[in-house]
Ligand binder design. Sequence first.
Ligand code: ATP
Ligand code: MG
Length: 266
Amino acid sequence: MSSIDHLDAAKASHSTPPVQLRNVVRQFGQQRVIDGLDLDIAPGEFVALLGASGSGKTTLLRSLAGLDSIDSGQLRVPKARAAVFQEPRLMPWKRAWKNVILGLHTPDAKARAVQALTEVGLAHRLEAYPATLSGGEAQRVALARGLVREPKLLLLDEPFAALDALTRIRMHRLIIELWRKHTPAVLLVTHDVDEAILLADRVIVLANGKIAEQLTIDLPRARDTGQEGFQAIRARLLSLLGVEVEAVAVTPRQATNNSIRRFAHG
Ligand SMILES: Nc1ncnc2c1ncn2[C@@H]1O[C@H](COP(=O)(O)OP(=O)(O)OP(=O)(O)O)[C@@H](O)[C@H]1O
Ligand SMILES: [Mg+2]
């Protein structure tokens, strides 16, 4: 038996978890990708999801977004939710502001698009077509499209993975700023352990279709990779992911990235 509930904002108390999964199973043929998964996400909580390639992160996110079903279990999500993927998925024939309000039919739609694009720093690109946007700009339009619906749950599937290091750092700042302002619960899928620690309140590791481990990240914000306690959490997460920490020598490139991150988040 499977059921998907939408949390009714009018009935939900402030403390009702916007996301509640119980014994969720999703399988493709004989392959149980999600295998009895339990997960709660609190209102306004920022959760990062790590896991090996093929461990089922996107499958889980698609189910939460309503883009895929589940085979059994219970899945409760808020109606107001939005997803942003690795690629921005914009309609090439529509201008930026029209992409933002795709499917939104309210009289103030344009004003809302302008506001959302302004929030992501694109007030000057309202009329631009996607082909004329940089990768980072296109991803910010995708983020504005998510925000314009005032989601109670924001689902992010490796949204920064295709961006260069500096743009990624700017996006980290932006996402934290928007999260603080709009206070949605966030589930961020990432392969980047540093990104997970820099952004999330809690990091969960998916393995064998279940949550294998989770760590609460109580480092003060704004965070940087050089702050006390960061490297210990990093080493623990890498070991949970099966990466021997001794093997991860700090290369000059990593050292540079670390100092860029300190600059960006400090
Ligand atoms: N529609 C589908 N039909 C059949 N198999 C699928 C389908 N969608 C996903 N899978 C399989 O489910 C498994 C999990 O895929 P998923 O995309 O969720 O992994 P992931 O953790 O997001 O991986 P990555 O980190 O590489 O993005 C994979 O083995 C994949 O081949
Ligand atoms: Mg994936």
